[in-house]
Design a protein around this ligand. Structure first.
Ligand code: ADP
Ligand code: MG
Length: 268
């Protein structure tokens, strides 16, 4: 396995794009797996009621398990809801359950409704002798209160962009929202990382999207680009990331490259 520099302080990424199907969950779980393989301790928080990140990391998320719902709504300590991924004992997961589907509405009537995840995560990290090096928060495809909680808790935004028509559609709205978060809730939030997903080198469109995104986000866009590959889409069906499912496939390789860039940038 490759050796990567480890950050001195926990880096907390929120993986966000209000469009569905752009590769948020795939990115969150595969970067987590790649970084864990390279020696990092990683915590994944599943904030999507669909629970796809939990599934891909082999974590049970039927309605009765403790989840991010219990943490956000009932104020349960985060540690009480942590499960260990069977893929690696360095990957901890707080799963989501279907209860989370109503959480945006429930949060709307609560006190400190934008801060609940940050407060839970702060309290958790403060108590740990060996805190995680990375936290990845997998967001639902919306800019509702769950995603706002993720923005407030995070230090960095990771924006996956699919190499498809209308790739940048919605991105300016997303950046407006992030601007408001920075002004009112979390001045330290940094849009540090953009990752191009589902690239198909045979199409002109894919190459055009890459150029367009790189000119929009010259600093943030990673060199690594994730190819469209069936192995990536098959892996969750086996409760696995592609890193575990087919480590030498192009998808696994490019997620390891992306993870290495993220680790080296953080060390710089
Ligand atoms: P989001 O979380 O943004 O909704 P997902 O990560 O769930 O997006 O990806 C949407 C679908 O595309 C899933 O079925 C996933 O398996 C598939 N997918 C994601 N990345 C790739 C890829 N690089 N190649 C092929 N399929 C992919
Ligand atoms: Mg998802």
């Amino acid at each position: 396995a490759q050796e990567l520099p480890l950050p001195k302080r926990t880096r907390i990424f929120t993986v966000v794009n209000q469009k569905g199907g752009v590769g948020k969950t795939t990115t969150a779980v595969n970067l987590a797996a790649a970084l864990a393989q390279a020696g990092a301790r990683v915590l994944v928080l599943d904030l999507d009621p669909q629970g796809n990140a939990s599934t891909a990391l082999g974590i049970d998320h039927h309605a009765d398990v403790m989840s991010t719902y219990d943490v956000l709504i009932d104020g349960e300590p985060l540690a009480a809801a942590i499960a260990i991924s069977p893929q690696s004992d360095r990957i901890q997961v707080v799963p989501s359950t279907i209860h989370l589907a109503g959480a945006d509405l429930e949060l709307a009537g609560m006190e400190r409704r934008e801060h609940r995840l940050r407060e839970a995560l702060d309290a958790h990290l403060r108590d740990l002798g060996e805190p995680p090096h990375y936290v990845f928060i997998d967001c639902p495809p919306s800019l509702g209160l769950l995603t706002i909680n993720a923005f407030t808790a995070a230090t960095e935004v990771l924006l996956p962009i699919q190499c498809e028509y209308y790739a940048l559609e919605g991105v300016s709205q997303l950046l407006d929202t992030i601007g408001r978060i920075q002004a009112h809730l979390n001045p330290k939030l940094d849009v540090s990382t953009v990752l191009l997903t589902m690239f198909d080198g045979r199409t002109l469109l894919s190459r055009q999207v890459v150029d367009e995104v790189r000119s929009h986000f010259p600093e943030q866009t990673l060199e690594a680009v994730i190819p469209r590959s069936v192995r990536v889409s098959e892996a969750p069906g086996y409760g696995q990331t592609v890193i575990a499912y087919d480590p030498n496939s192009p998808g696994a390789l490019s997620y390891r490259e992306a993870a290495a860039e993220i680790a080296r940038r953080g060390a710089a």
